[in-house]
Design a protein around this ligand. Sequence first.
Ligand code: FES
Ligand SMILES: [Fe+2]
Length: 444
Amino acid sequence: MSEAALNQINSLDVADQNSVADRFNENTTNKLGTENHISPNDHLSKNILGWYAICSAQTLKPGELYHFSMFNEPLVLYKDKNSTARCIKDLCPHRGASFINGVLRNGELTCPYHGGRFSSEGECLNLDRITCQHIVDSKYNNYAKKIHLFQYPCIEKDDYIFIYYTGNAKTNLNDFEINDSLEDSRTDSYGFNSKSCAYEEVYVDFKCDWTRIIENHLDILHIFWIHGDTIPDKDVNKSAITSFNQKITKDHRHIVSKYHHKSKEKGEFITISFIPPGRIVIYKGTPEEARYLQVLDHIPLAKNRARVIVRHYRKFLKNKLFTKLVLFKQLQHRIFYRIFSEDYMVLKTQTFNQQMGYIKKDNVKLLGEDKMIQYYWDWLKDSLKNEKPWEIHQTGLHTNTVHQDMPMKYPPENLDLANKNNLNLLTNLIIRALIPIGIIIILI
Ligand code: FES
Ligand SMILES: [Fe+2]
């Protein structure tokens, strides 16, 4: 297929919501007469391995290690002596200890087991001087030079730390061949200007399959039902549940679904864009005009463990003092945490049903509005033909889950952060209520 053809955007109107499964049979024609045979996989150029946003830049504090994992492989992020983000395999090349409780000083990482110290670039600096030289052979002095941390390419952009994940960490970063463009994942390359916005964000971890959360965020209908009481929008509630006119467009970088209310006066409801491998962007209008843009990054921590970074950019309420006064951040966080808790049981049980083989093609009946989910599955299926990330670092039944459990530190698995946020909100509300009362008492 030619480059021009690859870049050509195809579109499909899914104008009614009556029919279901037949829409997903190939080579059918919908009511508008448009050929309903779109295989986005002909166009999406990215597979499942590649650039992933892992955390925000502020999360990576100087002198601190950020432990996480990708497709079961334990990894660590930190800032080196030049404040450049580094991503390494969580494995000391001396005797295989983890760097959990290791020390990071001036960008040099010290292993907690025998004190092996590694430079910012990953070379071992001191192992030849910390043990009994005489018990090792004459080549011992070269020993430290030969051991080196295993790394992945890592870059800071738009206040995110991105890593280029291949499943095969290397001692020399120059040995990576990077074919994917990080630009394709950046919201700014679609016309959005993130620098002109303020944002709030939370991290949420789920004991469920990574793909189920992505599907959940491509699922337009569930927000009316399960989140109807939480989302502060009068048009989003159980009684307003509705069907949409849907227009799907795609190019080699992403698939975009625009949902319009059936009634013309109401106009567009929302646009959802899937940018492989793990990013979903939600907004209204065009990215240039959108007053509000939601970016969801889905991180496949391990089998049955996934993390989502939810970031809401906004062009309004940008005055820091004012947003602090009205407790905007805490109120937003409260909504985020509630929404994800609402999804959690569904996602966990759906994961079980999938693992048990209950969710097969014949057992699910998709609606017109589920078309994005179908496209996502098409992309996933094709990607998994080329790449098998879950097989690179396979875990067995008896594998110790220490690395898998450790990063599960955010709601809804652990409600500490949500509770802390609620407490903070309450305290601030009380303080704000007491100040005027205090002033009145003084004046009296
Ligand atoms: S295992 Fe790290 S220094 Fe020995
Ligand atoms: Fe949801």
